[in-house]
Every structure is written in C-alpha cells, then in structure tokens.
Design a protein around this ligand. Sequence first.
Ligand code: HEM
Length: 259
Amino acid sequence: MSPVPVENTTPQIDIGSLSLGDTDSQRTPHADKPTCPFPHELKTELDSCPLNVNPSTQEISPTLLRTSLPDRINYLKDFILFRHTDEEILHKVAPLVNDLIPKVVDELYAKLFEFDVTKVIFLQRNEGFDGPLPTKLEDLTLDSPQLIYRKIFMKSWARRVLTSDYSDPAGKTWSYMDKVGIMHTGVKAFRHREGVKPLVVPYRDCALSLGWVQTVLQTAILKLDEGELSMEEKIGAVSAVSKVIWIQNDLFARHYIEE
Ligand code: HEM
C-alpha cells in the first residue's frame, strides 16, 4: 500500500537567499541607532549620553546585593543613573513644593481610607501614641488623634526624600529608607519601635502608595511657574523624583521578596 500523502504546511525557507551581501534578499533587521533616553543630562554633567560612558560590564555579587546595603545602593544608583545632579535638583525643588507636603500626605491618607484593607491597618496603636484609639473601622476618621500623629512621620519622610544627602551609600539616608521598608514587613527596624506590636502592611499597598506619591509630586513640579523652575529643570526634577521613589520601592520590595 502506498503511504498516505501528507501535506507539508511548514514554510520552506531558502537559507541561501538570506545572504547578507545580497541587497534583494531578506536582511537581519537592525535596530535604529539608539537614542539617549536622558536628554536633559546632555547639557549637565556629561557631553554625551550617560549610557555610553562606561560600556564595560560591572561585576555584581548577588550575595552582596542581599547582605550589604551600600553595595545594593551602588548598584541601584548605577542602574537607574541616580547622580549628584539628581540630588541637586531635588534640593532645589524642595522649598518650592514644601508647602504642598501636608496636602500630599492628607490626600494619601484619604486614599488609604478609601479601602477597608488599607484602612484597617490604622486601627493598631502607633509607637509613642497613647491617646484615644477607636476599635471599629467606621469610628476611625482622618482627623482621629492617632492619624494626625501618623501624618507627622509621613511628612517627615516626604521632606527627607527631597532634602537628604544621598552621596554616601553607607550613609544615614539610605539606611533610614531601608528601615522604612523593613518596618512595614513585621520586622522591627527602628529602635524607637522596639516595644510595639509589629506592623505588617502588604507590599502591594506600599508600592501603590509610592506610585501615588510619585504622581502627586511630579504633577506639583510640572505645575510650578516657569519663573520658579525652568522647563529643563522640571524635566530633571521629574526624573529625579522617579528615580528616588523607585529606589525606595526597591528598599521596600527587597524585604518582602528576600532578593
Ligand atoms: C509610600 C509608602 C509608605 C511610606 C514611605 C511609609 C512610611 C512610613 C514611615 C516613615 C513611618 C514611620 C517610621 C518611624 O517610626 O519612624 C511609617 C509608619 C507606619 N506606616 Fe507607613 N509608609 C508607607 C505606606 C504605608 C501603608 C500603605 C500603610 C498602611 C496601609 C502604612 C502604615 C503605617 C503605619 C500604621 C505606621 C505606624 C507605625 C507605628 O508608629 O506604630 N504605611 N510609615
């Protein structure tokens, strides 16, 4: 019996016709020349795109990334290109948006009160707060004394983000930001929280809050008068805020995913 003919549906490619020297044949596609995604940096610290500055590959130890905060900070800063110019523009913007910080914090808490899963966390007693505390979710309001007390810490974090000295990878700033991440995972990080019940906030809500703060801060910067901050400075400031928030995000995330 002769074999049943099988239709060959696989497209046949003539490899010979793919010769790169042949202008009529198909060519391996080449990406366009890469363009620098950091145009504002061109006019500041460097004459060329920062991506071209050091084409060599850095050796990074995954173990040190986990065990040494300064090593991790160096890696984060190099990866996201957080430079001295970013710190400078944050410091320049700080007094211009300082008066908005209480509003940013108020709005963040209003946001966290929109959902039971985030609101319920504020029923716990804060470290150092011995005032009255409601026991039912519906009794907890944004002007509860404990909430007013909590907002002070959040305002202080926001101000530190805009005014800190970021130069030393082993310095206090990064250590503070790392402890802020740790303390939300149920592990005690700050000495002043030693006697208090561990705080456990899902990473999801920390990340969303960071995203929320980033949007509000960047919008405030973009709305500043051209006389207060030039367009070029606004671009630099928006970029610097994004970098520092993403670094803070890593300093939360790494304690949740143990990476
Ligand atoms: C943008 C993200 C967040 C940042 C930067 C942040 C920052 C902070 C800081 C700086 C403190 C005080 C640390 C200290 O004791 O010195 C704190 C405490 C606290 N955070 Fe967050 N937080 C964030 C997200 C959240 C979320 C999403 C929740 C809950 C839904 C939350 C709930 C709390 C509570 C209840 C405390 C008080 C702990 C206490 O004093 O007993 N945080 N947070």
